[in-house]
Design a protein around this ligand. Sequence first.
Ligand code: C6P
Length: 409
Amino acid sequence: MTTENAFIADFPILDQQVNGHRLVYLDNAATSQKPLVVIEAMDKYYKTINANVHRGVHTLGSLATDAYENARLAVSTFIGAHDEREIIFTRGTTESLNMVAHGYARQHVHAGDEIIITLMEHHSNLIPWQQVANATGATLTYLPLLDDGTISLEDVREMVTDRTKIIAMTQCSNVLGTINPIKEVAKIAHEHGAILVVDGAQSVPHMKVDVQELDCDFLAFSGHKMMGPTGIGVLYGKMEVLEKMEPVHYGGEMIETVELFQSTWKDIPYRFEGGTPIIAGAVGLHAAISYIESIGMNVIEEHDHRLTAYALEKLSAIEGLTIYGPQHDRGALVTFNVEGVHPHDVATVLDTEGIAIRAGHHCAQPLMRYLDVAATARASFYLFNTLQDIDILVDALQKTKEYFGYATR
Ligand code: C6P
């Protein structure tokens, strides 16, 4: 696997030089690259089917509706939903979480209630809850982090009360790589009559996620981080919570009848998908799911683990490098800082070597403050990355240190 990787050939974008070097793409947590099968599925859809869904009686209209609804079925099977009506297509994780906050929580959370999130949340699973708390008078509280960047179930048990209405938590941190114990948290939430909202943006692309096994109430994720196109995402909700959720987008597609001063909504999930949906995006996501299934999620997971363990080992050996997050049982990313060098400078120097990583606050400013850093650098992996990619990263980081005079200090 050092240089050979059977999947690289599936990704046309990787066959290029950046700044005179082979592209080493290590920014998959921001967005993953797309295999040719996904690009071709969307191309074929636009070339042969393109029509609006759930409207036309013409042939292309039915083909487009079938393609769109088949994608819903594929997503439903992929995450083990009980019923495909529990799958709502959105623009991505951010829109999915906002839909829960504004369509569900604003209706069911009241003054004096509690919303619990963690300190490692991405802004998309944080700001919507600030908004709900501010609007309803509920209290927003943060589960603390342990020194290794994990949470403690003891803390969860202590913090959750019968006033807790919502626990919202990422399954995998986009900064620390921490994998949270979702199944156990769901159990605690339900013992107190609360619901669990899971941010699956970084987990669904990399590990088997089964919503019935986890018993979460909502799960949000994005197509573009799992080799699908940008602009399509998913909100899974248990039917019983979806029945209590209000639409947030009103207009075409989602109505049953419209009178002058009142209207009624279509059945679930259509009432939540106002306007012309993201049809080609759903087709692309379906192709991405088929691609993942053709490889096997267990194969992807194993590959991720191998790469992450290797990266942790090699990066830990670099003097002056701080790595954040747990040492074991973590997602396919490593976040770090090089002593004395701003992460943006690290990323800029790596780019001159053809290496793409992300630098910044990773949309997790409260976490950055907790870690006492303004920003960090992050390398994130996927199935087309190799051990050689990590060796190239490590060499380039050594060069970066030399360039900024670390070795001579
Ligand atoms: N994180 C990253 O580089 P959207 O943008 O809606 O597809 O996903 C938002 C989101 C929500 N939760 C988590 C845990 C995430 O990692 C992300 C996206 C990217 O880390 C872009 S900031």
